[in-house]
Design a protein around this ligand. Structure first.
Ligand code: TYM
Length: 334
């Protein structure tokens, strides 16, 4: 018999269209990991409710995120690809973990502070305990590796703390999950305007979505912030120029990157040409994903089958974990 594979878990909120950051921070790793690990990937619809309580758009977005994951190369026969709300044990583990999470640490979480600032009229308890729900998603499958972008590092640290506390109080059951990337560092894909990162719901003109038309991709890339260029050789790059080169690293060939790097170093770079090249390389990268996702997105029968198959796999794993959790906690009275 083969060695038992290590378990991988990750999720994406269906709060908008997937973008290059989601691809390079997360989905690219999912696609590689599906060959070597036992993988659970889900659409985090419950997390979306903390910021988007209206579920009209959610219906469409859940299907879109599933379709986009599959279009990027995720194979629903190799992994469990499912919706968070289809795994009811998530809510039970979330409740247990909430007793081990403290108000002070939750209030200090960067994402909580950011979101509270953005929606001062709706600082709900779900928003505060968001990292506890995320820990429940991961620990439910006893996952060891969590492929995510850099922005999720703090949530992973909190998941490890909750796992440790549970293990300490009730008995060893959860591995301490770590954020995972195939490269050395976790990825942060910068936005095109040189301020912050690409994002599903903010900064839409500076974010490249996997659903953007060729024309829109060109338009956004050509608008990326530049300046009149270096006047002396070997000038350090300002942040916004560094960002453009980082985006090029993701989609352009080594020769192309080399050419523009040396043009820059020789103070001969033409940003118009650089952006045109980047735009074409982005179009070449995004167009096939967009087209594939578009065809899957409208295939109701297929998507239903994917969700059911994914939920069955995820529920089998969740039920096993929760039976042990209840046992360890002593919630067995007969
Ligand atoms: P979400 O939906 O914000 O993002 C999904 C994934 O994309 C990554 N990401 C980025 N990576 C690099 N550069 C960017 N500009 C960029 N923007 C987003 C995120 O790091 C993430 O990996 N809380 C999670 C969803 C979640 C989850 C989980 C993740 C719920 N349960 C359990 C892992 C495990 C979130 O909001 O991701």
């Amino acid at each position: 018999m083969g060695r038992k594979k290590e378990i991988v878990m990750s999720g994406i909120r269906p709060t908008g269209y997937l973008h290059l950051g989601n691809y390079f921070g997360a989905v690219r790793n999912y696609v590689r990991m599906q060959e070597e690990y036992d993988c659970f990937f889900m659409v985090a619809d419950l997390h979306s409710l903390t910021t988007h309580p209206d579920t009209k758009e959610l219906q469409d977005n859940v299907r879109r995120v599933l379709a986009e994951n599959i279009a990027c190369g995720l194979d629903p026969d190799k992994v469990a690809l499912y919706c968070q709300s289809h795994v009811r044990e998530t809510a039970e583990l979330y409740l247990f973990l909430n007793m081990l999470a403290y108000k002070g640490e939750l209030e200090k979480t960067t994402t909580f502070k950011d979101k509270a600032r953005l929606q001062p009229d709706n600082i709900n308890a779900g928003l505060l305990t968001y990292p506890v729900l995320q820990a429940a998603d991961i620990l439910l499958h006893r996952a060891s590796f969590v492929p995510v972008g850099k922005d999720q590092e703090q949530h992973l640290e909190m998941s490890r703390n909750f796992a440790k506390r549970f293990n300490h109080r009730y008995g060893e059951i959860f591995p301490e999950p770590v954020a995972f990337n195939f490269g050395d560092d976790l990825v942060k894909v910068p936005s095109l305007d040189g301020a912050g990162k690409m994002s599903k719901s903010e900064n839409q003109l500076a974010t490249l979505y996997l659903s953007d038309s060729d024309e829109l991709i060109r338009k956004k890339v050509m608008k990326a912030k530049t300046d009149s260029g270096p006047t002396e050789p070997n000038t350090p790059k300002p942040d916004y120029i560094e960002n453009i080169f980082s985006l090029m690293q993701l989609v352009s060939t080594a020769e192309v990157i080399q050419k523009f790097e040396s043009d820059y170093d020789n103070a001969q770079v033409r940003y118009g040409d650089l952006k045109k090249q980047l735009a074409e390389d982005m179009v070449r990268f995004i167009a096939p994903i967009r087209e594939k996702a578009e065809s899957i997105r409208h295939d109701d029968v297929y998507l239903k089958e994917v969700m059911e198959k994914g939920a069955a796999k995820a529920n089998a794993s969740a039920n096993g974990t929760m039976a042990s959790v209840r046992q360890l906690m002593g919630l067995n009275y007969y």
